[in-house]
Design a protein. Structure first.
Length: 223
């Protein structure tokens, strides 16, 4: 029985965007640091300009912590596997696990020091931002799985906006708490987007509902 294509998604622009953001963050951190806003922003936020907001911002940043991300992943996998959507479940697992593990490896490989003073207790290296990378991967992954297949309209636009804001909010909390340089955050966003788009190209999750360009689908020949 032939599959019907009700939506059309080209993930290559996301892949390009992710690569460009990662290169921009890398350039600001290591290639052209003399024009980077990193020192100015770190000095400003390290001075605790809004001390009363620190508990609220700390709470927000923990919404994308490793334990929180594990909860999101287990709930999502439970839903998808209960519905026997194995391919979509594998896409979600590879996206978040690949981003989290890849970011951690790169972080310790580069070992860039964090800004000082950091307003929260943290000791791991700084570049690229783990929270920014995983929040971007989570947002794009959820958009591809659940929002992109929706019909155009206000609901789709609202959900797209909320998912777009998630990595911006998480990245902003890391900057506010002086836990990262701005270049860490930009590179983290890029890494999360690029990994998610790459996995979507290699393993299109919505093959029954959508056609993801850039992937050649097998043709079935009658004998």
């Amino acid at each position: 029985m032939a599959e019907t294509n009700t939506t059309h998604l080209n993930v290559k622009p996301f892949l390009l965007l992710g690569i460009l953001l990662f290169l921009l963050g890398t350039a600001l951190a290591f290639i052209i640091p003399e024009i980077s806003p990193d020192p100015i922003l770190s000095t400003y936020f390290g001075s605790r300009p809004f001390p009363t907001l620190i508990p609220t911002v700390t709470f927000l940043t923990h919404l994308n912590s490793p334990p929180a991300l594990l909860v999101y992943l287990f709930v999502l996998l439970g839903i998808l596997l209960f519905r026997k959507e194995w391919r979509r479940g594998l896409f979600a697992l590879l996206t978040l696990a690949g981003t989290a593990l890849g970011n951690s490896y790169l972080k310790f490989l580069i070992s860039r020091p964090r800004p000082s003073p950091c307003l929260i207790d943290i000791s791991s290296p700084s570049f690229p931002s783990w929270h920014s990378a995983t929040s971007a991967a989570l947002a794009l992954m959820l958009w591809i799985l659940f929002v992109q297949p929706l019909q155009k309209g206000k609901v789709k636009n609202l959900l797209s906006l909320l998912l777009f804001l998630w990595p911006l909010i998480i990245g902003s909390t890391r900057l506010f708490l002086n836990a990262h340089w701005l270049s860490d955050i930009v590179a983290g966003w890029g890494m999360g987007i690029a990994i998610t788009a790459s996995i979507a190209l290699l393993l299109p999750p919505n093959v029954r509902q959508s056609h993801i360009t850039g992937v050649r689908r097998p043709r079935h020949h009658k004998h």
